[in-house]
Every structure is written in C-alpha cells, then in structure tokens.
Design a protein around this ligand. Structure first.
Ligand code: DGY
Length: 326
C-alpha cells in the first residue's frame, strides 16, 4: 500500500514531485493555513505530515491520526510540535537545521544595520515627500563598526552572525548554555559572559535562542532597563522570547534606541503599538526567506519524511527514542 503524505502549506513544485515519487500527496497549493479540524480530517489516514511552524501538532491531532509515523517540520524551530506527545505515540518528529543558518544570519544583520542606520524610517521620510534637502544632522544613526555585539544563543546561527561581525571590526560577547571551544572563540573574537554583563555592555543585542518555557519573556522590562540607552535589540529568534509590550514601552521611552523585529508574540497578530514607533524595523518572520533557503528547507523536510516512511532514521530526527524503539 502506498504511503500518504499531507503537506500543510504551499511548497515548491519540485518538493511535491519528490514526495510524489514515493507516496500519495495531499498538498495545499492555495497556502491557506489549515484549521486544526481541517488538518485532522486531512491527516486522518496519513503516514506523514510535512508541516510548517504555523501548524500546531499536539496530542489532540495525533490521536486522530492513527497511521502517522512522522511529522516533518519545515523549520529549525519546533515549538509548534508537542515532542513528548509525538514520542509517547511512537511518531517521529524532524526539523531542518543547518540549511538556513547563513540566510538567517544575513537577515539579522539586515535588521541590525536597518535599525542602527534608520533605513526604513529614512525611506518613509523620502516617500512621504518630507525631504527638502541635505542637512548635517539629518536622521543621525548609530555606528555599527567597532561597536560591541552581544549574541544570546550561540548555536550555528549565532556563530554565523558573529562571523559577519569580524568584517565590521566588532567585539563580540555571547551568552550560551555551554561555552564554545577556545579555537572557535578566538576565530570569532568572541567572549563568553553572563546575560547581565552582555546586556549592560553591548551596543547591539541579537537574540537567537529557541522558544521554550525557559526562554519565555527572557527579555522583558528589567532586561531592557539593563541595556545601554543607545543600544539596538534584534529578535530573529521566536515571538515570546521578548515581552513585546515591554519592548514597545522601552522604545517609546528611549530606554533603548531602536529594535529590529522579525518575530512576534502571537504572530501573525502583533502588538499594533509598534506601528506608531519610528525607531523599530519590522518584518513578517522572513529571516530565512531566500528562494534557495526556503527551497532547501522544504526539500530537507521532504527527505526527512521519506526516510522515516522507508524505515530509515531521518537525518534530522528530534526524538531519537522513537527510532531506537522501532
Ligand atoms: C525556523 O526555521 O524556525 C524559522 O523561524 C522559519 O522561518
């Protein structure tokens, strides 16, 4: 009997073709997010779900999908998946690490530079016809070169962000559960410090941690108050890592100078008070969104799903218990 794979969102045609080579595919070319009910109906007889971070994969869904062997997330973050519920039901869960590191690091830098040099604010000024001529003190920004960059979460993406800082002659501080080896620290010109020291000493703070109960509101009013008044905060991690209400307040009161935000609490809804602020650069969760990278993520998710269906260990298995038990 052929396997059935549900693909919850629109993906590239070659990815669907790859899946069709081995399975029956129920895809979603319209890209309208499926409600939990619609996803459960569609996946009731599925062997695999290739899903996105917009899909909640929880016990209720899993209980309605008795044939399911694998849930393959098209994302490196997987806080949309209840991993324990998958493991308890013998369902493998996978993600897409590695293929998006450089692209995400590029975008963290786009937000850093954009917020420091007021790029979107300047564009609005121009487009609104407010520019009457050159002025010495027009739209003064913050220098990025030779500044101190603090990275919270020094995994692969954090390190890719730090590598780029070498070209800007920056000092790098980082905070991570475990320390990097000495050679990597030397290569990146990076120093391991505590979070409070990082917040107090950095001109730019970039967040690159996964979302979990432990990182929920990791940056709130007390942490923002510890930062330099001229500092810029960049969140390319996950909504909920920052207390967005506290951030709005800190930007409004100039507790910090600016922010660049790609992810929001409760997205796609977000705190509309951000819209009234000039000192924030806003993006709709697109840090990994280059054509090559989004394709690579979807293709890797397909490979993970097909490996599980072929009885192999998927390359990016998150709950190895399930494969070990099989
Ligand atoms: C990820 O892979 O977790 C990204 O947030 C997706 O864009």
């Amino acid at each position: 009997m052929t396997h059935k794979v549900v693909v919850t969102r629109a993906v590239f045609d070659d990815v669907i073709e790859r899946l069709r080579g081995c399975a029956t595919v129920a895809d979603n070319p319209s890209d309208v997010p499926l409600s939990p009910e619609a996803l459960a109906d569609r996946a009731a007889d599925a062997d695999a779900i290739v899903c996105a971070l917009t899909d909640r994969i929880d016990a209720t869904l899993l209980d309605r999908c008795p044939r399911l062997k694998v849930v393959s997330n098209i994302a490196v973050g997987y806080n949309n998946i209840d991993l324990a519920a998958c493991t308890a039901r013998g369902v493998m869960a996978t993600n897409t690490p590695g293929v998006l590191d450089e692209t995400t690091a590029d975008f963290a830098w786009a937000l850093m530079l954009g917020a420091a040099r007021r790029v979107t604010e300047a564009e609005r000024y121009l487009r609104e016809g407010r520019w009457t001529g050159w002025q010495l003190q027009q739209l003064l920004g913050t220098d990025v070169h030779h500044a101190t960059l603090g990275i919270i979460g020094m995994g692969r993406i954090g390190q890719a962000i730090a590598r780029r800082a070498l070209g800007f002659s920056m000092q790098v501080l980082y905070c991570n559960r475990s320390r990097l080896d000495e050679a990597t620290e030397r290569q990146l010109n990076a120093r391991w410090v505590g979070r409070d020291e990082l917040l107090a000493a950095s001109d730019f703070v970039v967040l690159m941690v996964p979302y979990s109960e432990a990182t929920h509101h990791m940056i709130g009013a007390p942490e923002l108050a510890r930062m330099k008044p001229g500092a810029v905060l960049v969140n390319t991690a996950r909504g909920g890592v920052v207390d967005d209400r506290a951030l709005v307040e800190a930007l409004r009161s100039r507790t910090i100078a600016a922010a660049g935000i790609d992810v929001f609490e409760g997205e796609p809804a977000f705190n509309r008070d951000f819209l009234a602020l000039d000192n924030v650069v806003l993006a709709p969760h697109i840090a990994s969104s280059s054509t090559a990278t989004r394709r690579a993520m979807a293709m890797l998710a397909a490979r993970n799903a097909l490996a599980a269906l072929a009885g192999e260990r998927p390359p990016n298995l998150l709950n190895s218990d399930v494969a070990d038990r099989a």
